[in-house]
Design a binder for this molecule. Structure first.
Ligand code: EPZ
Length: 421
Protein backbone atom coordinates (compact mmCIF):
# COMPACT_ATOMS: atom_id res chain seq x y z
CA UNK A 1 0.00 0.00 0.00
CA UNK A 2 1.37 3.44 -0.94
CA UNK A 3 1.74 6.39 1.37
CA UNK A 4 2.60 10.04 0.87
CA UNK A 5 5.36 11.73 2.83
CA UNK A 6 4.97 15.51 2.83
CA UNK A 7 7.34 18.04 4.35
CA UNK A 8 5.25 21.13 4.84
CA UNK A 9 6.12 24.76 4.41
CA UNK A 10 6.79 25.31 0.69
CA UNK A 11 4.93 28.15 -1.05
CA UNK A 12 3.43 26.68 -4.20
CA UNK A 13 4.12 28.56 -7.40
CA UNK A 14 3.59 27.61 -11.02
CA UNK A 15 1.13 26.16 -13.51
CA UNK A 16 -1.16 23.16 -13.16
CA UNK A 17 -3.40 21.70 -15.83
CA UNK A 18 -6.75 20.43 -14.55
CA UNK A 19 -7.86 17.01 -15.82
CA UNK A 20 -11.26 15.98 -17.17
CA UNK A 21 -13.94 15.47 -14.53
CA UNK A 22 -14.12 12.02 -12.94
CA UNK A 23 -17.77 12.49 -12.04
CA UNK A 24 -18.65 13.44 -15.61
CA UNK A 25 -16.56 10.65 -17.14
CA UNK A 26 -18.06 7.78 -15.10
CA UNK A 27 -21.73 8.21 -16.15
CA UNK A 28 -20.62 9.09 -19.68
CA UNK A 29 -18.78 5.76 -19.88
CA UNK A 30 -21.93 3.98 -18.68
CA UNK A 31 -24.01 5.87 -21.26
CA UNK A 32 -21.96 4.26 -24.04
CA UNK A 33 -23.98 1.09 -23.30
CA UNK A 34 -26.92 2.82 -24.99
CA UNK A 35 -25.12 3.23 -28.31
CA UNK A 36 -25.08 1.08 -31.40
CA UNK A 37 -21.70 2.27 -32.61
CA UNK A 38 -18.19 3.18 -31.49
CA UNK A 39 -17.61 6.03 -29.03
CA UNK A 40 -14.53 8.16 -28.44
CA UNK A 41 -14.25 10.12 -25.23
CA UNK A 42 -11.49 12.72 -24.86
CA UNK A 43 -10.10 14.04 -21.60
CA UNK A 44 -10.95 11.08 -19.38
CA UNK A 45 -8.47 11.09 -16.48
CA UNK A 46 -6.45 7.94 -15.84
CA UNK A 47 -7.86 7.13 -12.42
CA UNK A 48 -8.55 4.00 -10.44
CA UNK A 49 -12.31 4.69 -10.65
CA UNK A 50 -12.18 5.06 -14.43
CA UNK A 51 -10.32 1.75 -14.82
CA UNK A 52 -12.82 0.26 -12.48
CA UNK A 53 -15.79 1.48 -14.50
CA UNK A 54 -14.05 -0.05 -17.54
CA UNK A 55 -14.12 -3.43 -15.74
CA UNK A 56 -17.81 -3.07 -14.85
CA UNK A 57 -18.59 -2.28 -18.49
CA UNK A 58 -16.39 -5.19 -19.62
CA UNK A 59 -18.50 -7.54 -17.47
CA UNK A 60 -21.64 -6.48 -19.34
CA UNK A 61 -20.17 -6.88 -22.82
CA UNK A 62 -18.52 -3.54 -23.60
CA UNK A 63 -15.00 -3.07 -24.91
CA UNK A 64 -13.12 -0.17 -23.32
CA UNK A 65 -9.61 0.72 -24.44
CA UNK A 66 -7.33 3.71 -24.07
CA UNK A 67 -5.28 4.71 -27.13
CA UNK A 68 -1.74 6.15 -26.97
CA UNK A 69 -3.16 9.71 -27.05
CA UNK A 70 -5.12 8.95 -23.89
CA UNK A 71 -8.54 8.88 -25.58
CA UNK A 72 -11.02 6.29 -24.44
CA UNK A 73 -12.76 4.07 -27.02
CA UNK A 74 -15.95 2.31 -26.01
CA UNK A 75 -18.19 -0.04 -27.96
CA UNK A 76 -20.58 -2.82 -27.09
CA UNK A 77 -19.74 -6.28 -28.44
CA UNK A 78 -22.20 -8.49 -26.65
CA UNK A 79 -25.50 -7.75 -24.90
CA UNK A 80 -26.01 -11.20 -23.34
CA UNK A 81 -24.82 -10.52 -19.79
CA UNK A 82 -26.47 -7.56 -18.01
CA UNK A 83 -25.35 -8.32 -14.47
CA UNK A 84 -23.21 -5.79 -12.54
CA UNK A 85 -22.06 -7.92 -9.65
CA UNK A 86 -21.60 -7.16 -5.97
CA UNK A 87 -17.83 -7.49 -6.04
CA UNK A 88 -17.59 -4.61 -8.48
CA UNK A 89 -20.44 -2.38 -7.26
CA UNK A 90 -19.37 -2.54 -3.63
CA UNK A 91 -15.98 -1.12 -4.60
CA UNK A 92 -17.39 1.76 -6.60
CA UNK A 93 -20.84 3.10 -6.03
CA UNK A 94 -20.91 4.92 -9.37
CA UNK A 95 -21.24 1.47 -11.02
CA UNK A 96 -24.96 1.90 -10.30
CA UNK A 97 -25.21 4.19 -13.30
CA UNK A 98 -25.18 1.18 -15.65
CA UNK A 99 -28.72 0.45 -14.41
CA UNK A 100 -30.58 3.01 -16.54
CA UNK A 101 -28.68 2.30 -19.80
CA UNK A 102 -28.92 -1.50 -19.46
CA UNK A 103 -32.64 -1.35 -18.74
CA UNK A 104 -33.36 1.02 -21.63
CA UNK A 105 -31.23 -0.79 -24.20
CA UNK A 106 -31.64 -4.45 -23.19
CA UNK A 107 -34.93 -4.31 -21.27
CA UNK A 108 -33.28 -6.02 -18.34
CA UNK A 109 -30.61 -5.21 -15.80
CA UNK A 110 -29.33 -6.92 -12.72
CA UNK A 111 -27.24 -4.59 -10.58
CA UNK A 112 -26.04 -5.25 -7.07
CA UNK A 113 -27.50 -2.80 -4.58
CA UNK A 114 -24.63 -0.60 -3.42
CA UNK A 115 -24.12 -0.56 0.34
CA UNK A 116 -23.13 2.41 2.46
CA UNK A 117 -19.70 3.93 2.18
CA UNK A 118 -17.30 5.96 4.31
CA UNK A 119 -19.28 9.15 3.79
CA UNK A 120 -22.52 7.67 5.17
CA UNK A 121 -25.63 5.89 3.88
CA UNK A 122 -26.19 6.46 0.18
CA UNK A 123 -29.62 5.16 -0.84
CA UNK A 124 -30.74 4.79 -4.46
CA UNK A 125 -34.50 4.92 -3.87
CA UNK A 126 -34.83 7.96 -6.14
CA UNK A 127 -33.12 6.16 -9.04
CA UNK A 128 -35.61 3.33 -8.65
CA UNK A 129 -38.58 5.67 -8.27
CA UNK A 130 -37.70 7.35 -11.55
CA UNK A 131 -37.19 4.08 -13.44
CA UNK A 132 -40.48 2.71 -12.10
CA UNK A 133 -42.25 5.87 -13.30
CA UNK A 134 -40.94 5.02 -16.80
CA UNK A 135 -42.55 1.58 -16.55
CA UNK A 136 -39.78 -0.62 -15.13
CA UNK A 137 -40.60 -3.49 -12.84
CA UNK A 138 -38.14 -3.62 -10.00
CA UNK A 139 -37.53 -6.47 -7.59
CA UNK A 140 -34.78 -7.35 -5.16
CA UNK A 141 -33.06 -10.73 -5.17
CA UNK A 142 -29.95 -11.72 -3.24
CA UNK A 143 -28.93 -8.09 -2.76
CA UNK A 144 -29.37 -7.37 -6.48
CA UNK A 145 -31.85 -5.01 -8.08
CA UNK A 146 -33.55 -6.75 -10.99
CA UNK A 147 -35.09 -4.23 -13.34
CA UNK A 148 -37.12 -5.34 -16.35
CA UNK A 149 -39.54 -3.76 -18.77
CA UNK A 150 -41.41 -4.55 -21.97
CA UNK A 151 -41.18 -0.97 -23.07
CA UNK A 152 -40.25 2.22 -21.24
CA UNK A 153 -42.75 5.05 -21.61
CA UNK A 154 -42.14 8.76 -21.00
CA UNK A 155 -43.52 10.16 -17.76
CA UNK A 156 -43.61 13.31 -15.64
CA UNK A 157 -41.32 12.55 -12.70
CA UNK A 158 -40.48 14.46 -9.52
CA UNK A 159 -36.98 13.35 -8.53
CA UNK A 160 -36.32 15.47 -5.43
CA UNK A 161 -35.42 13.77 -2.15
CA UNK A 162 -34.90 14.77 1.46
CA UNK A 163 -31.47 16.24 0.66
CA UNK A 164 -32.48 17.86 -2.63
CA UNK A 165 -31.69 16.57 -6.10
CA UNK A 166 -29.66 13.45 -6.91
CA UNK A 167 -26.79 13.59 -9.40
CA UNK A 168 -26.47 9.93 -10.42
CA UNK A 169 -30.23 9.41 -9.95
CA UNK A 170 -30.87 12.15 -12.51
CA UNK A 171 -28.22 10.60 -14.76
CA UNK A 172 -29.76 7.13 -14.52
CA UNK A 173 -33.32 8.25 -15.23
CA UNK A 174 -32.24 10.65 -18.00
CA UNK A 175 -30.24 7.89 -19.72
CA UNK A 176 -33.17 5.46 -19.51
CA UNK A 177 -35.61 8.08 -20.83
CA UNK A 178 -33.56 8.66 -24.01
CA UNK A 179 -34.89 5.38 -25.44
CA UNK A 180 -38.38 5.53 -23.85
CA UNK A 181 -41.46 6.07 -25.98
CA UNK A 182 -42.65 9.68 -25.81
CA UNK A 183 -41.71 12.60 -23.60
CA UNK A 184 -40.21 12.44 -20.10
CA UNK A 185 -40.03 15.49 -17.88
CA UNK A 186 -37.81 15.26 -14.78
CA UNK A 187 -38.60 17.89 -12.14
CA UNK A 188 -36.09 18.71 -9.40
CA UNK A 189 -33.35 17.33 -11.64
CA UNK A 190 -29.75 17.78 -10.52
CA UNK A 191 -28.21 20.90 -12.13
CA UNK A 192 -24.56 19.83 -11.69
CA UNK A 193 -22.27 20.54 -14.68
CA UNK A 194 -21.59 16.77 -14.86
CA UNK A 195 -25.28 16.13 -15.61
CA UNK A 196 -25.15 18.78 -18.33
CA UNK A 197 -22.03 17.18 -19.79
CA UNK A 198 -23.74 13.80 -19.86
CA UNK A 199 -26.75 15.36 -21.62
CA UNK A 200 -24.40 16.92 -24.21
CA UNK A 201 -22.87 13.51 -24.90
CA UNK A 202 -26.28 11.82 -25.13
CA UNK A 203 -27.45 14.54 -27.54
CA UNK A 204 -24.34 13.93 -29.66
CA UNK A 205 -25.47 10.28 -29.78
CA UNK A 206 -28.85 11.39 -31.17
CA UNK A 207 -30.85 11.83 -27.95
CA UNK A 208 -33.25 14.76 -27.62
CA UNK A 209 -32.67 16.32 -24.22
CA UNK A 210 -33.31 19.93 -23.31
CA UNK A 211 -33.09 21.85 -20.04
CA UNK A 212 -29.85 20.25 -18.84
CA UNK A 213 -28.29 22.43 -16.14
CA UNK A 214 -31.76 23.47 -14.89
CA UNK A 215 -34.13 21.67 -12.47
CA UNK A 216 -36.46 20.66 -15.32
CA UNK A 217 -35.16 18.21 -17.91
CA UNK A 218 -37.22 17.31 -20.96
CA UNK A 219 -36.32 14.16 -22.86
CA UNK A 220 -38.06 13.12 -26.06
CA UNK A 221 -37.43 9.43 -26.60
CA UNK A 222 -35.77 8.15 -29.79
CA UNK A 223 -35.55 4.62 -31.23
CA UNK A 224 -31.77 4.32 -31.38
CA UNK A 225 -28.60 6.07 -30.32
CA UNK A 226 -25.42 6.05 -32.39
CA UNK A 227 -21.85 6.17 -31.15
CA UNK A 228 -20.41 9.65 -30.62
CA UNK A 229 -17.29 11.61 -29.83
CA UNK A 230 -17.14 13.83 -26.75
CA UNK A 231 -14.77 15.97 -24.63
CA UNK A 232 -15.29 15.68 -20.88
CA UNK A 233 -15.51 18.97 -18.94
CA UNK A 234 -12.69 19.96 -16.57
CA UNK A 235 -12.86 18.57 -13.04
CA UNK A 236 -14.22 21.36 -10.84
CA UNK A 237 -13.37 19.46 -7.66
CA UNK A 238 -9.75 18.93 -8.66
CA UNK A 239 -9.60 22.63 -9.57
CA UNK A 240 -11.16 23.61 -6.23
CA UNK A 241 -8.60 21.48 -4.41
CA UNK A 242 -5.74 23.33 -6.13
CA UNK A 243 -7.38 26.70 -5.38
CA UNK A 244 -7.18 25.73 -1.72
CA UNK A 245 -3.60 24.43 -2.15
CA UNK A 246 -2.49 27.85 -3.39
CA UNK A 247 -4.38 29.65 -0.63
CA UNK A 248 -3.15 27.46 2.21
CA UNK A 249 0.52 27.76 1.22
CA UNK A 250 0.31 31.53 0.56
CA UNK A 251 1.35 30.64 -2.94
CA UNK A 252 0.35 31.53 -6.47
CA UNK A 253 -0.96 29.00 -8.97
CA UNK A 254 -2.14 29.34 -12.53
CA UNK A 255 -4.78 26.74 -13.34
CA UNK A 256 -5.26 25.76 -16.95
CA UNK A 257 -8.44 24.05 -18.18
CA UNK A 258 -10.42 25.44 -15.23
CA UNK A 259 -13.97 26.78 -15.60
CA UNK A 260 -14.81 29.34 -12.93
CA UNK A 261 -18.52 29.26 -13.87
CA UNK A 262 -18.56 25.76 -12.35
CA UNK A 263 -16.98 27.06 -9.14
CA UNK A 264 -18.99 30.20 -8.34
CA UNK A 265 -19.86 29.25 -4.76
CA UNK A 266 -16.28 28.15 -4.06
CA UNK A 267 -14.78 31.33 -5.51
CA UNK A 268 -17.30 33.35 -3.52
CA UNK A 269 -16.25 31.74 -0.20
CA UNK A 270 -12.54 31.91 -0.97
CA UNK A 271 -12.68 35.57 -2.00
CA UNK A 272 -14.77 36.25 1.09
CA UNK A 273 -11.93 35.06 3.33
CA UNK A 274 -9.22 36.95 1.44
CA UNK A 275 -8.01 34.68 -1.38
CA UNK A 276 -7.30 36.42 -4.69
CA UNK A 277 -8.80 34.65 -7.72
CA UNK A 278 -8.69 36.12 -11.24
CA UNK A 279 -9.48 34.92 -14.72
CA UNK A 280 -6.51 35.72 -16.98
CA UNK A 281 -7.33 34.80 -20.56
CA UNK A 282 -8.16 31.11 -20.51
CA UNK A 283 -6.38 30.54 -17.17
CA UNK A 284 -7.33 31.10 -13.56
CA UNK A 285 -4.76 32.67 -11.25
CA UNK A 286 -5.13 32.12 -7.52
CA UNK A 287 -2.96 33.60 -4.81
CA UNK A 288 -2.94 34.48 -1.18
CA UNK A 289 -0.46 36.48 0.83
CA UNK A 290 -1.89 36.86 4.31
CA UNK A 291 -3.69 35.11 7.13
CA UNK A 292 -7.27 34.45 6.03
CA UNK A 293 -10.58 35.46 7.61
CA UNK A 294 -13.00 32.84 8.95
CA UNK A 295 -16.35 32.20 7.25
CA UNK A 296 -19.55 30.15 7.34
CA UNK A 297 -20.39 27.66 4.62
CA UNK A 298 -23.19 25.17 3.97
CA UNK A 299 -22.88 22.45 1.35
CA UNK A 300 -25.70 22.33 -1.19
CA UNK A 301 -26.48 20.91 -4.60
CA UNK A 302 -25.06 22.92 -7.52
CA UNK A 303 -24.75 25.90 -7.81
CA UNK A 304 -24.25 25.84 -4.03
CA UNK A 305 -20.98 24.95 -2.30
CA UNK A 306 -20.13 21.31 -3.23
CA UNK A 307 -19.91 18.64 -0.55
CA UNK A 308 -16.89 17.29 -2.48
CA UNK A 309 -14.88 20.38 -1.43
CA UNK A 310 -16.10 20.60 2.17
CA UNK A 311 -13.14 18.72 3.66
CA UNK A 312 -10.58 20.76 1.68
CA UNK A 313 -12.15 24.07 2.73
CA UNK A 314 -12.21 22.88 6.33
CA UNK A 315 -8.43 22.38 6.23
CA UNK A 316 -8.00 25.94 5.02
CA UNK A 317 -10.31 27.31 7.72
CA UNK A 318 -8.28 25.46 10.37
CA UNK A 319 -5.69 28.20 9.83
CA UNK A 320 -8.05 31.19 9.53
CA UNK A 321 -8.14 33.99 12.05
CA UNK A 322 -11.25 33.07 14.11
CA UNK A 323 -14.26 30.74 14.17
CA UNK A 324 -15.83 29.24 11.04
CA UNK A 325 -19.00 27.17 10.85
CA UNK A 326 -19.32 24.39 8.26
CA UNK A 327 -22.67 22.68 7.78
CA UNK A 328 -22.85 19.52 5.67
CA UNK A 329 -26.31 19.28 4.12
CA UNK A 330 -25.70 16.55 1.55
CA UNK A 331 -23.94 13.86 3.62
CA UNK A 332 -24.40 14.79 7.30
CA UNK A 333 -21.78 12.21 8.35
CA UNK A 334 -19.07 13.25 5.92
CA UNK A 335 -16.58 14.29 8.61
CA UNK A 336 -14.00 11.50 8.60
CA UNK A 337 -11.26 14.09 8.13
CA UNK A 338 -12.08 15.90 11.39
CA UNK A 339 -10.34 13.46 13.74
CA UNK A 340 -7.25 13.26 11.50
CA UNK A 341 -6.99 17.06 11.21
CA UNK A 342 -7.22 17.25 15.00
CA UNK A 343 -4.26 14.88 15.22
CA UNK A 344 -2.38 17.58 13.34
CA UNK A 345 -3.35 20.25 15.86
CA UNK A 346 -6.63 21.56 14.37
CA UNK A 347 -9.32 22.83 16.72
CA UNK A 348 -12.67 21.50 15.45
CA UNK A 349 -15.86 20.82 17.36
CA UNK A 350 -18.47 18.74 15.61
CA UNK A 351 -22.16 18.89 16.49
CA UNK A 352 -24.23 16.65 14.18
CA UNK A 353 -23.99 17.96 10.62
CA UNK A 354 -22.11 21.08 11.74
CA UNK A 355 -18.45 21.61 12.53
CA UNK A 356 -17.16 24.69 14.30
CA UNK A 357 -13.57 25.32 13.27
CA UNK A 358 -11.46 27.60 15.41
CA UNK A 359 -8.37 28.75 13.58
CA UNK A 360 -5.00 27.78 15.04
CA UNK A 361 -1.57 29.34 14.36
CA UNK A 362 -0.15 26.23 12.76
CA UNK A 363 -0.76 22.57 11.95
CA UNK A 364 1.88 20.04 12.95
CA UNK A 365 2.91 17.09 10.79
CA UNK A 366 1.76 13.64 11.96
CA UNK A 367 1.08 10.16 10.62
CA UNK A 368 -2.56 10.20 9.46
CA UNK A 369 -4.93 7.85 7.68
CA UNK A 370 -6.80 8.61 4.44
CA UNK A 371 -10.40 7.43 4.82
CA UNK A 372 -12.16 8.50 1.63
CA UNK A 373 -11.31 10.44 -1.48
CA UNK A 374 -11.97 14.03 -0.43
CA UNK A 375 -10.93 13.52 3.19
CA UNK A 376 -7.57 12.33 1.82
CA UNK A 377 -7.26 15.47 -0.30
CA UNK A 378 -7.88 17.52 2.84
CA UNK A 379 -5.02 15.72 4.60
CA UNK A 380 -2.65 16.35 1.69
CA UNK A 381 -3.51 20.06 1.92
CA UNK A 382 -2.88 19.99 5.66
CA UNK A 383 0.48 18.28 5.07
CA UNK A 384 1.53 21.00 2.60
CA UNK A 385 1.40 23.63 5.30
CA UNK A 386 2.08 21.66 8.50
CA UNK A 387 5.35 22.05 10.36
CA UNK A 388 7.47 18.92 9.87
CA UNK A 389 6.58 15.68 8.13
CA UNK A 390 3.10 14.31 7.49
CA UNK A 391 2.74 10.69 6.44
CA UNK A 392 -0.58 9.82 4.84
CA UNK A 393 -1.42 6.11 4.75
CA UNK A 394 -3.84 4.45 2.31
CA UNK A 395 -3.44 6.91 -0.53
CA UNK A 396 -5.31 4.54 -2.84
CA UNK A 397 -8.34 6.58 -1.81
CA UNK A 398 -6.86 9.66 -3.40
CA UNK A 399 -5.81 7.74 -6.51
CA UNK A 400 -9.51 7.08 -7.15
CA UNK A 401 -10.14 10.73 -7.96
CA UNK A 402 -6.91 12.65 -8.55
CA UNK A 403 -4.48 11.65 -11.29
CA UNK A 404 -0.87 11.93 -10.04
CA UNK A 405 -1.65 14.59 -7.46
CA UNK A 406 1.81 14.22 -5.95
CA UNK A 407 3.51 14.88 -9.29
CA UNK A 408 1.35 17.94 -9.92
CA UNK A 409 2.06 19.34 -6.46
CA UNK A 410 5.78 18.57 -6.71
CA UNK A 411 5.91 20.39 -10.06
CA UNK A 412 4.85 23.61 -8.30
CA UNK A 413 7.28 23.28 -5.42
CA UNK A 414 5.69 20.95 -2.86
CA UNK A 415 7.93 18.49 -1.03
CA UNK A 416 5.80 15.37 -1.45
CA UNK A 417 6.83 11.82 -2.30
CA UNK A 418 4.97 8.57 -2.80
CA UNK A 419 6.45 5.66 -0.94
CA UNK A 420 5.46 2.11 -1.85
CA UNK A 421 5.78 -0.76 0.60
C1 EPZ B 1 -22.48 12.19 -6.79
O1 EPZ B 1 -22.89 11.08 -6.01
C2 EPZ B 1 -20.97 12.18 -6.81
N1 EPZ B 1 -20.48 10.93 -7.38
C3 EPZ B 1 -20.41 12.37 -5.41
O2 EPZ B 1 -19.01 12.52 -5.52
C4 EPZ B 1 -20.98 13.66 -4.81
O3 EPZ B 1 -20.55 13.79 -3.48
C5 EPZ B 1 -22.51 13.65 -4.87
O4 EPZ B 1 -22.95 13.42 -6.23
C6 EPZ B 1 -23.15 14.94 -4.40
O5 EPZ B 1 -22.69 16.00 -5.18
C7 EPZ B 1 -20.42 10.77 -8.70
O6 EPZ B 1 -20.81 11.63 -9.48
C8 EPZ B 1 -19.80 9.53 -9.20
P1 EPZ B 1 -26.51 12.16 -4.90
P2 EPZ B 1 -24.43 10.62 -6.01
O7 EPZ B 1 -27.43 11.10 -5.37
O8 EPZ B 1 -25.05 10.98 -7.30
C9 EPZ B 1 -29.49 11.49 -1.27
C10 EPZ B 1 -16.75 12.20 -4.90
O9 EPZ B 1 -16.08 12.46 -3.86
N2 EPZ B 1 -30.11 10.45 -2.12
O10 EPZ B 1 -26.56 13.47 -5.64
O11 EPZ B 1 -24.48 9.24 -5.56
C11 EPZ B 1 -28.08 11.12 -0.86
O12 EPZ B 1 -28.05 10.29 0.27
C12 EPZ B 1 -18.13 11.61 -4.82
O13 EPZ B 1 -16.29 12.36 -6.04
C13 EPZ B 1 -31.29 9.85 -1.71
O14 EPZ B 1 -31.86 10.16 -0.66
O15 EPZ B 1 -25.03 11.59 -4.90
C14 EPZ B 1 -27.48 12.48 -0.62
O16 EPZ B 1 -27.87 12.96 0.63
C15 EPZ B 1 -18.53 11.11 -3.50
N3 EPZ B 1 -31.83 8.89 -2.53
C16 EPZ B 1 -28.16 13.35 -1.68
O17 EPZ B 1 -29.34 12.63 -2.04
C17 EPZ B 1 -31.27 8.55 -3.71
O18 EPZ B 1 -31.82 7.68 -4.41
C18 EPZ B 1 -27.33 13.63 -2.91
O19 EPZ B 1 -26.75 12.41 -3.37
C19 EPZ B 1 -30.08 9.16 -4.11
C20 EPZ B 1 -29.52 10.12 -3.29
Amino acid sequence: MDRFVINGGARLKGKIRIDGAKNAALPIMAAALLSDGPNVIHGVPDLADVRFMGEVLGDVGARVTRDPNGDLHLSVDDEADSHAKYDRVRKMRASVCVLGPLLAKRKRARVSLPGGCQIGPRPIDLHLRGLKALGAEIELDGGDIIATCKKLRGAHIFLGGPFGSTVLGTANVMMAATLAEGRTVIESAACEPEVEDLADYLNAMGARISGAGTPRLTIDGVDKLRGAEHHVIPDRIEAGTFLVAAAITNGELTLQNCRLEHLMAVVDRLQNIGVQIDQEGGDVVVSSSRRLEPTDVTTQPFPGFPTDLQAQLMTLLCLADGNSVITEKIYPDRFMHVAELMRMGANIRREGPTAVVTGVKRLIGAPVMASDLRASAALVLAGLVARGATVIQRVYHIDRGYEAIEAKLASVGADITRVSD
